[in-house]
Design a protein around this ligand. Structure first.
Ligand SMILES: Cc1ncc(COP(=O)(O)O)c(C=O)c1O
Length: 380
C-alpha cells in the first residue's frame, strides 16, 4: 500500500527514529505544533503580556474545532480536560423524579462513569451497558435501556479501550425518540473519524487535544447545541462564563449566551496555540481521507495479528472500529516498556496493548510492531 500522506509525514521528524502508534494516548509531535508553542513563548518574551493576542488564539482554536465537527464557533466552550467538560455538562442537568436515568457503557473512559456516579447525590441513576462477545455494544442494548425516564444517553464515539465505533446518528434518533439528551465523548474519534454534529443531531460533544487532534494535554473543547445552550446553567462557573467577563461585577450571575457559558476561568492559552496548529493541519488534510487510510491500516493490523495468533479485543469489522486495535496480552504495561526500548510506542490499558496509528504511520510500521509483540510473547 502506498502512503497517501508521505509529504505530511515529513512534518513529524521524530518518526525517523521511532514508530509512534499511540495516538489513542498522545500523538507524535509535529513541526507546526512545536512552532505554535514557540510563538506563544516568543510573544511572552517579546511583549511581556499580549492578553488580546493570546485570547484571539483561543478563539481561533474554538473556530478550528468548530470547523472540524461542523458547528458554529459560538457553540464551542474551552475547558481544561474532558473530565472538566463532562462535569460541567452534568452539573447543568436536573435529575427529576421522572427523568433521572443516565445510560452509559462499560467501555466508556472511566472518567465519564465517575462524573455520572457523582450525581447520584442529585438523584442520578446510572446504568452501564456491557460489551458483547464481539467487543461491541449492540444497538438492541440501547433500545432496551433507554426509556422515557432517561435524561441523558452518554456514549463514547470510539471506545478508548478497544476502538469500538458507534453510529451517532442512529443513537441520537433513539435517544431523542425517548426525550433523552445525547452526550458524546469524541476524544478517541475527533481527528480520525469525521464528525458532523448537525447531521447527527448531537446535543453535547467533548474532545481533548492530546490524542488524534495532534496537540497537548490541558485543553478540551465542548460543543453544546445552539438551541440547548441557553437553557443550561452549569454549576461549575467562573468569570469567563459571564456576559462580559471584564465587567468585574461580583454580585451578578449572568450566563453568557451560547456555549461560552461553559467557559470558566482564564483559558489554557499556550495549549490553545498547540491545539489550533494541530486541528488546522487536520482540517487542511481532511478527515475523510484520513479515516479511509486508517481503515486500511486497521485491516493490516488485524490480519497481521491473526496471522501471528494474537488475541484481538477489538471488533474485527473495520466499519465498527476506529484507529485503535487492542491486543490482549499478559503484563501489558511491561510489554509497553519493552517495545519502547526498541523505539516502538504503543499504549497499554489494563489487559490490552493498543495500537493506534494516525495518518502519518505506514503499513510497514504496523507489521513491524505486531511482529515485535508476537516475538516478545514467544520469547518471554
Ligand atoms: C475517550 C476518553 N475520554 C476521556 C479521557 C480522559 O480525558 P481527560 O484526561 O481530558 O479528562 C480519555 C483519556 O484517555 C479518553 O480516551
Amino acid at each position: 500500500m502506498s502512503h497517501p500522506f508521505k509529504e505530511q509525514r515529513k512534518l513529524f521528524p521524530t518518526l525517523t527514529n521511532t514508530i509512534h502508534l499511540s495516538s489513542c494516548s498522545q500523538s507524535a509531535i509535529s513541526l507546526p505544533v512545536k512552532d505554535a508553542i514557540n510563538h506563544y513563548l516568543e510573544s511572552w518574551t517579546e511583549n511581556g503580556m499580549d492578553w488580546n493576542g493570546w485570547m484571539e488564539r483561543v478563539q481561533d482554536a474554538k473556530s478550528e474545532f468548530a470547523a472540524l465537527i461542523n458547528a458554529d464557533p459560538e457553540e464551542i466552550a474551552v475547558l481544561s480536560s474532558v473530565s472538566d467538560a463532562a462535569s460541567a455538562f452534568a452539573s447543568a442537568l436536573s435529575f427529576t423524579s421522572d427523568r433521572n436515568k443516565v445510560v452509559t457503557t462499560d467501555i466508556d473512559f472511566p472518567c465519564i462513569g465517575h462524573v455520572w456516579l457523582s450525581h447520584k447525590k442529585r438523584n442520578a441513576q446510572v446504568t452501564f451497558l456491557p460489551a458483547d462477545e464481539n467487543h461491541t455494544i449492540p444497538f438492541e442494548s440501547y433500545e432496551k435501556a433507554i426509556d422515557t425516564n432517561t435524561l441523558v444517553t452518554s456514549i463514547a464515539h470510539v471506545s478508548y479501550y478497544n476502538g469500538f465505533k458507534q453510529n451517532l446518528k442512529s443513537l441520537s434518533s433513539l435517544a431523542h425518540s425517548k426525550g433523552s439528551f445525547l452526550f458524546v465523548d469524541a476524544y478517541q474519534s475527533a481527528g480520525s473519524v469525521p464528525i458532523d454534529v448537525k447531521d447527527s443531531n448531537i446535543d453535547a460533544l467533548v474532545a481533548g487535544a492530546q490524542k488524534f487532534l495532534l496537540g497537548v494535554p490541558g485543553i478540551a473543547f465542548m460543543y453544546i447545541k445552539k438551541e440547548l445552550a441557553n437553557q443550561l446553567e452549569p454549576l461549575t462557573t467562573g468569570w469567563f462564563s459571564r456576559q462580559n467577563p471584564f465587567a468585574f461585577t461580583n454580585q451578578i450571575l449572568d450566563y453568557a449566551d451560547g456555549a461560552r457559558r461553559f467557559d470558566t476561568g482564564t483559558p489554557p492559552m499556550i495549549n490553545a496555540y498547540a491545539a489550533h496548529a494541530g486541528i488546522s493541519l487536520l482540517n487542511d488534510i481532511g478527515i475523510k481521507p484520513i479515516e479511509t487510510y486508517l481503515e486500511q491500516l486497521s485491516s493490516v493490523c488485524i490480519d497481521t495479528a491473526q496471522k501471528h495468533g494474537l488475541e484481538i479485543a477489538s471488533p474485527l469489522d473495520i466499519q465498527q472500529k476506529g484507529s485503535n486495535t487492542a491486543i490482549r496480552v499478559k503484563n501489558a504495561g511491561i510489554l509497553e516498556g519493552h517495545l519502547k526500548s526498541q523505539g516502538i510506542i504503543v499504549s497499554a490499558r489494563n489487559d490490552v496493548l493498543r495500537i493506534a496509528p494516525h495518518f502519518y504511520n505506514t503499513e510497514e510500521e504496523i507489521v513491524q510492531t505486531i511482529e515485535a509483540i508476537a516475538h516478545a510473547l514467544i520469547t518471554k
